[in-house]
Design a protein around this ligand. Structure first.
Ligand code: AHR
Length: 514
């Protein structure tokens, strides 16, 4: 049995979690929209065509914010195609995913869906094939009350009140050669700052995120942020970053170490943003929008593969089936996000339904939870409040992580990986939640947690997600093979919390404080 010790002090805080840290993402991609959240004719569909079985699972999952409509899709999207009478909406070739986009779901339907799901929107504008003019028109269409051509058009379309969308992405992954009208950092910086300026002139209350790097392994990482932020620093509030974790090499220990590289990535982007501030002698601090993160590697497809399939509508692509092992790496990523709550204010799990998603559906059939559903739901439910610093004493291991994303194939060292990865959040209601990932694949772990400054506490909930088979999955036929269970061994002894964690396990302990 391994032993570990965690020390927490109520007064030593990292920062408060922004409610938008618990976001997710809906892209016009595969069956995320069509057959996912929207399926007129489905037995559970409401009058707007929204699947109520999916809405119920979304509410259980607990996302607070949804990024839309892409992703790579947005870089070729004409938002005007997705508004107005359905019969008049054009079908278009989508060059991001080699699909046909019917445009029967667009901005207004998305906003209605957000209201039904009780989530806030994060809207991305097309800075690939389009630019500042289309972006400022979209802000006017969505947020201007009336009396102008675009705002009156929205009213004519049936949405009298402005949508009042507060958070906007200035394009998507513009550093990636796979992007439609991919740009150099200088070219993107110029277009993003001009678009931002005009969008804010239309609605000064909006917040804007500039595209940072689409992965830590991008050859331009660092230089990209520096140049883009030199252009956009005065016009934006956030810089974005994206990460997809993988286990291509079937090396579970490295896979579970890989969230620690998310910690490094976040800290590096903070340093890059603050270096731009320093050069300006500015005390403005840009915040981070981690607006795509997840595990994704099995269902990646080359452009050549996509072309072979023709131009289907809503094909079943990127339908990653998540394992128990994936849920552990995913839980590690949740802990990384929580532990950077001071600077990561927005984050979006990519994506929400069917496409690399926590929720799966059968078109015309049922819906179920994938393994990664549970750590996210726990993070959203127990992660609201003040994240505390954790002093962790745990054995550690060294590893290396293979990350072939982008145009480079790289292996990164990950050193001193503690077997125990932890986050602690003092909740607004006075309780304390502790998230514990045991990365030892074979051995149990005895963890002693000393929480100073809290007085007397009691275990009010202790949850474990674990399965003897790390490759276990939830499917249509076995939807509950992997699911949380009570963690039997969380006890308080002499003011210390003693928890007994199973090998390769994700655990959440919620303490009520007296
Ligand atoms: O989430 C899937 C894709 O991954 C997104 O469209 C893109 O932004 C990223 O490369």
């Amino acid at each position: 049995m391994r032993k570990a010790r965690v020390l927490i002090d109520r007064d030593f805080a990292i920062g408060h979690t922004d409610p938008r840290l618990f976001g997710a993402f809906i892209e016009h991609l595969g069956r995320c929209v069509y057959g996912g959240i929207y399926e007129p004719g489905h037995p559970t569909a409401d009058e707007k065509g929204f699947r109520k079985d999916v809405l119920a699972l979304v509410k259980e999952l607990g996302p607070t914010l949804i990024r839309y409509p892409g992703g790579n899709f947005v870089s070729g999207y004409n938002w005007e195609d997705g508004v107005g009478p359905l019969a008049a909406r054009p079908a278009r070739l989508d060059l991001a995913w080699f699909s046909t986009e019917p445009n029967s779901f667009g901005t207004n339907e998305f906003m209605d869906w957000c209201r039904a799901a009780d989530v806030a929107p994060m809207m991305a504008v097309n800075l690939g094939t389009r630019g500042g003019d289309a972006a400022r028109s979209l802000v006017e269409y969505c947020n201007h009350p009336g009396g102008t051509a675009w705002s009156e058009l929205r009213r004519k379309h049936g949405w009298d009140k402005p949508h009042d969308i507060k958070l906007w992405c200035l394009g998507n992954e513009m550093d990636g050669p796979w992007q439609m009208e991919h740009k150099s950092a200088a070219a993107y910086g110029a277009i993003a700052s001009e678009a931002a300026k005009m969008m804010r002139w239309v609605d000064p209350t909006i917040e804007l995120a500039a595209c940072g790097s689409s992965g830590r392994n991008m050859p331009t990482f660092g230089q990209w942020e520096d140049t883009v932020l030199e252009h956009t620093f005065d016009h934006v509030d956030y810089v974005s970053l994206h990460t997809y974790l993988n286990n291509y090499r079937q090396d579970t220990a490295s896979f579970l170490a890989s969230p620690d590289l998310m910690d490094s990535f976040i800290e590096e982007v903070v340093a890059l943003a603050d270096a731009v501030a320093a050069k300006r002698r500015s005390n403005k601090r840009l915040m981070l929008s981690f607006d795509e993160w997840n595990v994704w590697y099995r269902t990646r497809r080359s452009r050549a593969d996509r072309v072979k399939e023709g131009w289907p509508v809503a094909p079943p692509i990127l339908e990653e089936i998540y394992t128990m092992e994936d849920a552990l790496a995913f839980g590690g990523a949740c802990i990384s996000l929580l532990n950077h709550a001071d600077r990561v204010k927005v984050a979006c799990l990519a994506q929400l339904v069917n496409v690399i998603a926590p929720i799966m559906t059968e078109t015309g059939g049922g819906a179920w939870r994938q393994t990664i559903f549970f750590p996210f739901a726990h993070m959203s439910r127990f992660g609201r409040g003040k994240v505390l610093r954790t002093q962790v004493e745990s054995d550690s291991y060294d590893s290396s992580y293979y990350d072939p994303r982008g145009v480079q194939e790289l292996t990164f060292p990950v050193s001193n990986v503690p077997y125990l990865k932890v986050a602690a959040v003092a909740g607004e209601g006075g309780g304390l939640s502790i998230f514990l990932l045991n990365r030892d694949l074979k051995r149990d772990m005895q963890v002693n947690v000393e929480a100073r400054g809290f007085g007397r506490f009691a275990v009010s909930q202790a949850i474990e997600l674990r399965h003897d088979d790390l490759h276990a999955t939830n499917t249509k036929d076995t939807p509950e093979r992997v699911k949380p269970a009570p963690l039997q061994e969380g006890t308080i002894e002499g003011g210390l919390l003693r928890a007994h964690l199973g090998p390769a396990s994700w655990n959440v302990i919620h303490l009520s404080v007296h």
